[in-house]
Design a protein around this ligand. Structure first.
Ligand code: ZN
Ligand code: ZN
Length: 165
């Protein structure tokens, strides 16, 4: 069974296994060091993003941020997410024609588990490098990065299917 607390994609070596709290303060610290003005709204967006074990859509970020900051608008959430993406602090992940999700784990290479039913995207640590294509296969193509996507059903969707079966 997958333990969300041990999801190691964002643990940077050689630092000790980080808790969500230290990850959150890490990203806030980094943003502060880059001179990002940390308004309450931006802070709420950054905290919501990095506190989630799965990658959220803008709507989901807005719903969660509004629990702390009821006045925050969806437009502000979008602007903040785009700004973070421009800064390279979050990655926009769009798969299978679904709504874009925002990945706060932009600095560490990792792979993704993707639920084909609900679209949830979860980080997993990179496994050993996948074999690179041979010269004959790749027609001069030079590989600069590899991402692996594991498609399947998340626990929630599996339970829902079992119940309705
Ligand atoms: Zn699912
Ligand atoms: Zn990710």
């Amino acid at each position: 069974m997958w333990d969300p607390l041990s999801w190691g994609g964002r643990v940077r070596q050689p630092s000790p296994p980080a808790t969500w709290e230290t990850q959150i303060s890490e990203i806030l610290e980094r943003l502060r060091n880059r001179g990002w003005r940390l308004t309450a709204q931006r802070r709420a967006v950054a905290e919501v993003l990095s506190a989630s074990p799965v990658h959220l859509t803008a709507d989901q970020v807005h719903q969660r941020a509004a629990k702390r900051l009821p006045e925050i608008s969806l437009a502000t959430v979008y602007n903040t997410l785009h700004e973070l993406a421009r800064m390279g602090e979050v990655r926009e992940v769009a798969l299978d024609g679904r709504a874009c999700r925002y990945d706060p784990n932009a600095l560490v290479a990792h792979d993704h588990l993707v639920c084909r039913s609900c679209g949830t995207i979860r980080d997993i640590p990179k496994r050993d490098a996948s074999p690179e294509p041979t010269k004959e296969e790749s027609d001069g193509f030079e590989v600069s990065s590899v991402e692996v996507v594991y498609r399947g059903l998340c626990r929630r969707c599996r339970l829902r299917q079992r119940r309705s079966a």
